[in-house]
Write a protein that binds this ligand. Structure first.
Ligand SMILES: C[S@@+](CC[C@H](N)C(=O)[O-])C[C@H]1O[C@@H](n2cnc3c(N)ncnc32)[C@H](O)[C@@H]1O
Length: 202
């Protein structure tokens, strides 16, 4: 959601055209929080949103008492919007690796901003996933809906990625859910990709 002219101006330069739309709803984020996260998920916690877009989830986390709200995105417009709203922003291309090595968060959120098919091999994907999991505090929560879509000609990698993700999830106490269409619509994840899934840890 973009609330004023300054924010609209900043996001008019967004790399992804859908992020320029001022009316992306906040309701799906509220729904995800209500259904999946306890009240204690935010209070005095360090929260990371991977690819936060219009930063609505980070705003909700801050409002709910998060001590530290961080976002990572490759888009300078998203970085500028997040900083304007008082979040710590890191500009980095996630395809090139995990930018928070050695940093730990109490909650990691991501809606539609990582794609396991970005990586050129299973090994590189596993390194990325392991580094992501290492940034989650013991007892920390995760809610990630990846946008796993293979590039044309790379469809075979999807099966490899799914196998790697399942093994990684098992090792890290993460549950992989495949939500039914009604739930997807409510969470704003009714993507046209081969498999819509949510990675949870509570
Ligand atoms: C589809 S939008 C989702 C935004 C927000 N999470 C939401 O649900 O509304 C994808 C976000 O990820 C960012 N993004 C896409 N590819 C990226 C990459 N390779 N590295 C870092 N950020 C990326 C985009 O700039 C955008 O903010």
């Amino acid at each position: 959601m973009l609330y004023n002219l300054e924010e609209k101006e900043i996001m008019s330069a967004a790399v992804q055209p859908n992020m320029r739309n001022p009316d992306i709803g906040v309701a799906p984020f509220k729904h995800i929080i209500k259904k999946h996260l306890r009240r204690s998920a935010f209070k005095n916690k360090r929260i990371l949103d991977i690819g936060p877009g219009q930063c609505d989830f980070l705003d909700l986390a801050k409002k709910a008492g998060a001590e530290h709200t961080s976002g990572c995105d490759f888009d300078p417009a998203v970085g500028a919007l997040g900083m304007l709203r008082g979040h710590d922003m890191t500009i980095a291309n996630l395809k090139q690796g995990w930018p928070y090595k050695g940093e730990v968060f109490d909650g990691i959120f991501c809606r539609g901003s990582i794609n396991c098919c970005w990586f050129s091999s299973e090994e590189r994907l596993v390194v990325f996933l392991d580094e992501l999991a290492a940034s989650l505090a013991p007892g920390g929560w995760m809610w990630i809906a990846p946008w796993n879509n293979p590039a044309p000609g790379k469809e075979d990698f999807l099966e490899v990625a799914q196998r790697a993700c399942t093994a990684w999830a098992d090792c890290n106490g993460i549950r992989i859910e495949m939500p039914p269409p009604r739930k997807r619509a409510k969470y704003g994840i009714d993507y046209s990709i081969p498999r819509v899934e949510i990675w949870h840890r509570q």
